[in-house]
Design a protein around this ligand. Structure first.
Ligand code: MG
Length: 252
């Protein structure tokens, strides 16, 4: 069961924002780093809708799994989005099996049409040139991650898929990556297109968070008071290089 923290209202920092470094940041500084900016040593990406162009029709998938009435009722209770995997965990094994099959079918259709997100390979090239680590956390299956690595020739390590439990929005996968890298969560940025999964996971872990909102859907008033707000909001991955250079000391 995920832990929910009390709602906090925090400003969203845009490209020109300055953020105060935390005490832990100072303790991890080396002599060569710039003390006016927080150190960033790793970036962790969501996959679907962040590194890849969204091809899965999630509302249609939720409707197919839940049925129209349950879908409408759950959507009302959770305006920031439906956690379908968590929702079906309490179902009977038979009903769960059918649900997983529907989800797998939608994901398979998505894989067939998989495309890399504009700006993703340039951003990865930038991170590699600066020796900044790249990780991946997805609620999709390992096969989808393997296909992504194979098809686009960009590898993320660690790359944690749905098989790693508990998955996002739990902070566990991000904390696992930080411990594998042997760096602090506040030296990492989580980038994703989901407020309820990626931003929540990142904030719970204590990382910087960046929400990719291509269409501006998160500008809607219904998201104004959700419990976790991102540190940064962007409409394209093309914005990330400048953001990182302006606001962070990129010191691997
Ligand atoms: Mg996503």
């Amino acid at each position: 069961m995920p832990i929910f923290f009390p709602a906090v209202s925090r400003p969203i920092f845009f490209l020109c924002s300055i953020r105060s470094p935390s005490p832990r940041f100072f303790s991890s500084m080396s002599n060569s780093v710039n003390p006016s900016k927080p150190r960033l040593r790793g970036v962790v990406f969501d996959m679907d809708g962040t590194l890849t162009v969204p091809v899965i029709d999630f509302p249609a998938m939720y409707r197919a799994v839940l049925g129209e009435d349950e879908y409408v009722s759950i959507r009302k209770q959770s305006p920031s989005g439906i956690d379908i995997l968590h929702h079906i965990e309490s179902w009977s094994p038979d009903r769960q099996r059918k649900a997983y099959q529907i989800i797998a079918d939608y994901e398979k259709q998505g894989l067939d049409r998989l495309q890399i997100m504009p700006g993703a390979s340039e951003l990865c090239g930038f991170l590699d040139a600066r020796s900044i680590r790249r990780g991946l956390i997805t609620r999709n299956v390992k096969d989808a991650v393997d296909l992504f690595h194979l098809r686009f020739g960009i590898t993320f390590a660690p790359a944690l898929s749905r098989e790693f439990r508990p998955y996002k929005p739990d902070p566990a996968p991000l904390l696992h990556i930080c411990s594998t890298w042997n760096i602090q969560p506040n030296e990492v940025m989580m980038i994703g297109d989901s407020l309820k999964d990626d931003v929540a996971c990142g904030k719970r872990a204590g990382a910087f968070t960046c929400l990719l909102d291509q269409t501006g859907r998160y500008n809607s008033p219904e998201y104004k008071h959700v419990e976790f707000q991102p540190d940064y909001k962007i409409t394209s991955l093309d914005e990330v290089v400048k953001l990182l250079e302006d606001d962070f000391d990129l010191a691997p």
